[in-house]
Design a protein around this ligand. Sequence first.
Ligand code: FE2
Length: 316
Amino acid sequence: MNEAFHDIAHMGHVELLTSEFDKSHWFFTDLLAFREVAWDGDSVYLRSWDDYERYTLKLVPSSKSGIGAVAIRTVSEEALNRRVAAIEASGRGVGWREGSHGIGKTYAFTDPDGHPMEIYYESEWHVPSEATRPALKNQADRFPGHGVNARRLDHVNFLGVDVEANGEFVNEVLGGRATEQIRLDNGRLAAQWFSFTNKSYDLVYSSDHTGTHGRLHHLAFAADTREDILKAADIFLENGIHIETGPHKHAIQQTFFLYVYEPGGNRIEFCNPGARLILAPDWKTIEWSEAERAKGQAWGLKTIESFHTHGTPPVD
Ligand SMILES: [Fe+2]
């Protein structure tokens, strides 16, 4: 097994850029039930209700929507130092910086596609206020009980010009395991799903057909049940949010999903990974062929064309 595997604990927090800040803020707080943590100038730190860390998402106003830094947490200080040494050896390191809102020293780097990323260990846990104290002490915050109640960040799906090069970096330098992938008839990888945990995926690369670096395909937040996703579709419909596709079930990873565009145009998924875990230490990457992918989803409608073309920032 790759000795780096298990140095990463999980995906931490993400920075999302939006050209429609006020409407995006409404989307995350009113519809997803995120709570405000703090403002930093014109940007706001938000948290999903069961995130044990202090924040989940930093929403940043920008002339173009897209993804900012994606941060991952290591299992220990030693693991952080091991991964930083590997990142520096790969030539992709940027340098140390101070984290914010409970996050300690953080090392910035980029993946081969140029997406800004960060890695850290120190993290202060969220302490609920009197108003958000949960009834049970084994959850981070009171259940919001409004909107779609997004529990936590589930995964990040980047677009990448060279899926294979990004995948090698995630595997060799960060220690991600490829649990599933799509290989085209020409031998090239069209997408690869990586896991740092026992979840079946945490970080995904899909081929960017526009040849543009550093774009986002989608961010996904976890729902408790499939019923929550059906209700989420009703809530998004009621509030004029563009539903791109779903609720359906993917063949790959078998995720029950709903994809919408938040008002800034960033694709957001609401997903239910269910009980599926990767327990095998010697898991063999499941490979799907071009013909298998062409069959579309497990059930539901065929994959919508925009799923293969839309990303943020948009390409002229
Ligand atoms: Fe996804």
